[in-house]
Design a protein around this ligand. Structure first.
Ligand SMILES: *Cc1c(COP(=O)(O)O)cnc(C)c1O
Length: 419
């Protein structure tokens, strides 16, 4: 019996149920993934006990000799993985990393450009309900109405008119490659800094599937738990010129003590991403997304921008006559876990949405390939074309659970697989 199940059977039972859910469902939320057993072990370690305010060699509390070694190792690995001049691994989340990046480079009221939220940008890229939209003057750019991809000529025109201090590139629901070199040219032309938020695609960049923003951007923020497969957390990379400002903005600017247990998990995840196998993993994520996209399109589901270059696709549920919310709920009933999303120029309110965002990182972590994606697409099509059909969800849920159990989940080794 584990210490947890002895001390607190209630929480232990909830965690056990969550393990089973993760094994028996198809996790297709594009921002989620399965961390390895090694990452989970490091994240659940005794470093949760330690206060380490400050940075390696400059801490405010005693007893940090091992925290220093750990954080230095994480920093070195992050710099090596992305070829960056500077890395700060203390941000506790992607949102905190973005807050620190703004704090380091602009003043309240200054102008920043980011993709609008309803077109695939993130809350922290200027949403009025978020600190970013309340503190800074965000000028949103858009995707082209026809092609549904970012039109760099329009971005350039808007940047020259609005003269932002920072331009943010990097999104939550954008299925195409981002031209970082073109963004850098626009930033240069209007005297702005370029900030890339690579939260979603960090693993694809680490694995060499997408071009690196590092040669082009002044600062790069990211989460560590999405395609990168690390623990829940954030990170900021920057040029040497911004290093001091970034470090000060993280601590003491926006955070107290760093989460050393997460930093342990990050260090492990960076080492995993430095292995040659990780490049193959990143390649398979994209291959799977393309296979899924083709099968869904062949079945009559329209995809925003006509396909994908990365780990996610955005389906337009209007093409099957339902809302994104309806699709999300019906699929959940069938054991396929997704999220609804707005699509560009959506006519439905954000809470309902016309889009369904689907990602392949977690399924790829279970070693599924293009053949499996075709089967998954078949189940998705069956459900979204007949969301209220008699027994449709139940039948698919049973088929999905049986199928899913055959693909082991990294990090979950102790669930008894009922066959
Ligand atoms: C996920 C995400 C974030 C926020 O990360 P959290 O860890 O949830 O705070 C920020 N920016 C982008 C582009 C994201 O996709």
């Amino acid at each position: 019996m584990s210490a947890l199940s002895q001390r607190d059977p209630d929480v232990a039972a909830i965690i056990a149920d969550e393990r089973t859910r993760q094994v028996e469902s198809l996790e297709m939320i594009a921002s989620e993934n399965y961390a390895s057993a090694a990452v989970l072990e490091a994240t659940g370690s005794v470093f949760t006990n330690k206060y380490a305010e400050g940075y390696p060699g400059k801490r405010y509390y005693a007893g940090n000799q091992h925290s220093d070694r750990l954080e230095s190792l994480a920093i070195d690995r992050a710099k090596q993985l992305f070829g960056a001049e500077h890395a700060n691994v203390q941000s506790t989340s992607g949102a905190e990393a973005n807050m620190a990046a703004y704090l380091a480079t602009v003043e309240p009221g200054d102008t920043i450009m980011g993709l609008s939220l309803d077109q695939g940008g993130h809350l922290t890229h200027g949403s009025p309900v978020n600190f970013s939209g309340r503190l800074y003057n965000f000028v949103p750019y858009s995707v082209d109405r026809e092609s549904e991809v970012i039109d760099m000529a329009a971005v350039r025109k808007l940047a020259l008119e609005s003269k932002p201090k920072v331009i943010v590139a990097g999104y939550t629901a954008y299925p195409r490659k981002i031209d970082f070199a073109a963004f850098a040219q626009v930033a240069k032309a209007c005297g702005a800094l370029l900030m890339v938020d690579m939260s979603h695609i960090a693993g694809l960049i680490a694995g060499g599937q997408h071009d690196s923003p590092v040669p082009h951007a002044d600062m790069i923020t990211t989460t560590t738990h999405k395609t990168l497969r690390g623990p829940r957390g954030g990170m900021i990379l920057s040029t040497a010129a911004l290093a001091e400002a970034i470090d000060k903005a993280v601590f003491p600017g926006t955070q107290g003590g760093p989460h050393m247990h997460s930093i342990a998990g990050k260090a492990v995840a960076f080492a995993e991403a430095l292995q040659p196998e990780f490049a193959d993993y990143a390649r398979r994520i994209v291959e799977n997304a393309k296979a899924l996209a083709e099968a869904l399109q062949a079945g009559g589901l329209r995809l925003v921008s006509g396909g994908t270059d990365n780990h996610l696709l955005l389906a337009d549920c209007n093409s099957v006559g339902i809302s994104g919310l309806k699709a999300q709920n019906a699929l959940q009933g069938a054991g396929i876990i997704t999220n609804r999303n707005t699509i560009p120029y959506d006519e439905r309110p954000p809470y309902v949405g016309s889009g369904l965002r689907l990602g392949t990182p977690a399924l790829t972590s279970r070693d599924m390939g293009p053949d499996e994606m075709k089967r998954v697409a078949g189940w998705i099509l069956r459900v979204v074309k007949d969301p209220d059909g008699d027994g449709v969800r139940e039948t698919v849920r049973q088929e999905v659970a049986e199928f899913a159990r055959a693909y082991p989940v990294p990090g979950i080794t102790d669930v008894k697989l009922a066959v």
